[in-house]
Design a protein around this ligand. Structure first.
Ligand code: SAH
Length: 248
């Protein structure tokens, strides 16, 4: 049970595995007015940057669960580096179906709603760990504008247009699930570049260092086509944001 290695090649230099910059992650932390001691569960916590920096900046405590051994190790190292290893812990495991032993104040899934088979299922999953009146965070893509055809949607790494909604529709979707949207921070094209374009240099450096690796031809092919695909389609059509929800 682990994340396919290609992800750790592409995102080896990333601390944040989504289209947020450190500044946007910090904006979100401030926007939520987290009380010291806030208990957090972060499903698909990646390299732990949200939990670790919020533990440092807002004295939150909590647990992250992620299926990647590489990212989980990075998260533990980051916690030690930031001096918060006594407040946060990282568990290697499958987060689909993961429910906290004790209810938490904030339950998050930032950029991995497939763990609950989509937004609705992930909201349900997080709700099982959340105390009444707690905050939920969902990080999710949306279409920045109407997608003209299915090929364009697929070029954005969606399976089709129906994978995502326009932003107002996504907001309404949360309402339809019985939640108030109480805050949001959105990625923009520049912050998307920090996520996507940053992968190209990692891939190129990795290729130069590992020309004989079994993944080399796949990484080579991707690096050849990825910058044009991203700029032609994804950068124009795909938005992303983190939405803070409270049950009505
Ligand atoms: N929330 C983090 C990571 C987002 S990237 C951040 O914003 O930086 C998506 C993450 O989901 C990756 O770290 C990947 O390892 C993790 N993941 C994918 N499937 C998972 C599963 N079934 N259970 C737990 N983590 C999973």
């Amino acid at each position: 049970m682990d994340l396919p290695r290609i992800f750790t090649v592409r995102e080896s230099s990333h601390r944040i595995h989504n289209p947020f910059t450190p500044g946007k992650l910090a904006d979100l932390g401030r926007a939520l007015h987290l009380a010291p001691g806030t208990r957090v569960l972060d499903l698909a916590s990646g390299s732990g940057e949200m939990l670790c920096t919020w533990a440092r900046d807002h004295q939150v405590t909590g647990t992250g669960v992620d299926i990647s051994t590489v990212f989980t190790e990075k998260a533990r190292a980051r916690a030690a580096e930031l001096g918060v290893a006594d407040r946060v812990s990282f568990v290697h495991g499958d987060a689909s179906g993961h429910v906290a032993d004790e209810p938490v104040d904030l339950a998050a899934c930032v950029g991995a709603t497939w763990i609950g088979s989509g937004v609705a299922g992930t909201v349900d999953l997080l709700a099982r760990s959340l105390r009444p009146g707690g905050l939920m965070l969902i990080g999710e893509p949306y279409w920045r504008r109407e997608v003209p055809d299915e090929d364009t949607a697929k070029a954005c790494h969606a399976t089709g247009k129906d994978d995502f909604l326009l932003l107002p529709e996504l907001i309404e979707r949360f309402g339809g699930l019985g939640y108030d949207v109480v805050e949001m921070v959105l990625a923009d094209q520049d912050s998307w570049d920090r996520y996507q374009a940053a992968q190209w240099l990692s891939m190129r450096r990795w290729l130069d260092a590992h020309p004989e690796d079994e993944l080399a031809s796949e990484v080579r092919a991707e690096l050849t086509t990825e910058p044009a695909r991203y700029t032609r389609y994804q950068r124009e059509y795909l938005g992303w944001g983190v939405f803070a929800l409270m049950a009505r």
